[in-house]
Design a protein around this ligand. Structure first.
Ligand SMILES: Cc1cc2nc3c(=O)[nH]c(=O)nc-3n(C[C@H](O)[C@H](O)[C@H](O)COP(=O)(O)O)c2cc1C
Length: 198
């Protein structure tokens, strides 16, 4: 079932040369049950120069269109990977997307400079509380440590890896807390777009 917000968010025209173009690669395998990411999408909907690309909607069969994805990446300056944390990692389609889109000679290796100098932001949510991530917690590792494969993939491809935007403890969040987290997310994207954050 397609949820109401899916595919709708902002795909606004460019506002001017001073602004970076932001591409949100959104991946949620169960969007119909989402509270947090639904609010995130709503908050960034209509933000100028922010384009949301819903990977599970585009590729329900995991049949990623490599050329289309590469063209999208080439035409944006900031790439956001927005998804819930699933088993300490990305949802499966994000891994498939990495495996297919980040080609040798395009993204890395000899002549592979298509992504060099772009910035990458992970925008993720966890069911686990903040205190459960880290050496004292049940999950042992910090979220930044768990994101190491994504960070290193990004760095190998020449991205600048930004401080991730993380919302912890999603199951216990009130609607107001979710709304605040979503507003913070929209502010972060706007500041990246406007060059206020380096
Ligand atoms: C298959 C699956 C695996 C998950 N793995 C983790 C995990 O490793 N760590 C964690 O903190 N939460 C985990 N969660 C909880 C989700 O991250 C959480 O439900 C999500 O961030 C909430 O966002 P939403 O309201 O947009 O769905 C998992 C959930 C599912 C369904």
């Amino acid at each position: 079932m397609t949820a109401p917000l899916r595919g709708a968010p902002g795909d606004a025209p460019h506002a001017g040369p001073a602004r970076s173009r932001v591409l949100v690669l959104f991946a949620h395998p169960a969007f119909h049950r989402s509270r947090v990411h639904r609010a995130f999408l709503k908050a960034v909907q209509g933000l100028e120069n922010v384009r949301v690309h819903d990977l599970y909607e585009a590729y329900p069969d995991f049949d990623v269109d490599v050329r289309r994805e590469q063209q999208l990446l080439e035409s944006h300056d900031v790439v956001v990977l927005q998804h819930p944390i699933y088993w300490y990692s990305t949802p499966a389609l994000v891994k498939q997307w990495f495996d297919l889109v980040l080609e040798l000679g395009w993204a890395y290796g000899a002549g592979g400079t298509a992504l060099a100098g772009k910035r990458l932001l992970c925008a993720v949510s966890t069911g686990g509380r903040a205190g459960s991530y880290g050496p004292e917690g049940q999950n042992r590792l910090t979220l930044r440590e768990l994101l190491a494969p994504v960070e290193q993939t990004a760095r190998l491809c020449g991205f600048e890896f930004l401080e991730p935007y993380v919302v912890y403890g999603t199951h216990a969040l009130s609607p107001l807390e979710i709304e605040r987290a979503a507003a913070g997310y929209a502010e972060r994207l706007a500041s990246l777009r406007d060059g206020a954050e380096r």
